[in-house]
Design a protein around this ligand. Structure first.
Ligand code: NAP
Length: 280
């Protein structure tokens, strides 16, 4: 069994991004990311800080807009509209979840597709569907990057994704399909889940439940990708996979922390680089 080291893959991709940002800078093009956070959610604050740190590491200028909890949808749309027209800003990221009173769908749809570095806008999700895209959603894109880094073949492989969310499960399935995997998507209504997951050469768990994937659900020699970010009873960060129980059955496995997580921010930086090149 080999552990897929998300930090090492991430460091290598960030090095490449840093070089490309530097080349743009030398040609007179600065790269900028606007990061919007509304309210006081502690997890969101940690994510936003890590995104800002990632920007600094590779030479992207980050502009933070920290808005109070009581911000209205209209006020947020006004800011996004301003950023859509701001030439310093190549990418706009609005940290989710937003407070309940804000209309999240309208907010996502208001970001100019060419600045939508999270790739959540319907125009970008449509491009992903037909395989003609500038931006890929960060978590699934990071997973494909890790598989490629470890020379793990996707073509012709049985791929099973547990989870069908718009930000992870569905685009993950689509990217595996674009890479010629034979893809099955499972969800909470899937019957005999373990029977389906045991077919997987590549199993991606994006459920949001600690220790959900157990050894009896995994085929010998499978590649297991754990997207989950959960807290166990002791408050420790853990994934969706029972790592200790599953690891000896796998050929490759991602740990939590240190697997998929570091790649997500790296792919956001990569999307910002793409936006900057397109905006030259
Ligand atoms: P989500 O929107 O809650 O989706 C969870 C999915 O799991 C749903 O499709 C749900 O099915 C399915 N599910 C729930 N219970 C199930 C069961 N018993 N059997 C089979 N499927 C089941 O979550 P998400 O946003 O995709 O995130 C998933 C996990 O990834 C979370 O832990 C999140 O924190 C983590 N995450 C990590 C990163 C990272 O960078 N590492 C990024 C994003 C998310 P239904 O559709 O039928 O309800």
């Amino acid at each position: 069994m080999q552990i897929i080291d998300g930090k090492a893959v991430s460091a290598s991709v960030r090095e490449r991004i840093k070089n490309e940002i530097e080349i743009l800078k030398n040609a007179g093009k600065e790269t900028g990311l606007a990061v919007i956070i509304v309210g006081n959610d502690p997890a969101s604050k940690v994510y936003v800080n890590n995104k800002k740190k990632g920007c600094a590491e590779v030479g992207i200028n980050s502009y933070e807009y920290a808005l109070p909890e009581e911000t209205t949808t209209e006020e947020l749309l006004e800011l996004i509209n301003k950023l859509n027209g701001d030439s310093r800003v190549d990418g706009i990221l609005c940290q989710l979840p937003l407070p309940k009173h804000i209309d999240e769908k309208t907010v996502i749809n208001s970001i100019a597709p060419k600045k939508d570095v999270d790739a959540f806008h319907p125009v970008n999700t449509g491009h992903i569907m037909i395989g003609d895209y500038s931006f890929l959603p960060c978590t699934p894109a990071g997973i494909i990057e890790m598989l490629k880094f470890y020379n793990i073949e996707i073509s012709g492989k049985e791929c099973v994704v547990i989870g069908r969310s718009n930000i992870v499960g569905k685009p993950m399935a689509m990217l595996l399909l674009h890479n010629s995997g034979t893809v099955t998507v499972c969800h909470s209504k899937t019957v005999n889940l373990a029977e389906v997951t045991r077919r997987a050469d590549i199993l991606v768990a994006a459920v949001g439940k600690a220790n959900f994937v157990t050894a009896d659900m995994v085929k010998d020699g499978a590649v297991v990708i754990d997207v989950g970010m959960n807290r166990n009873a002791e408050g420790k960060l853990c994934g969706d996979v029972d790592f200790e129980g599953v690891k000896d059955k796998c050929s490759f496995i991602t740990p939590v922390p240190g697997g998929v997580g570091p790649m997500t921010i790296t792919m956001l930086l990569n999307n910002t680089l793409t936006a900057s090149k397109n905006n030259k």
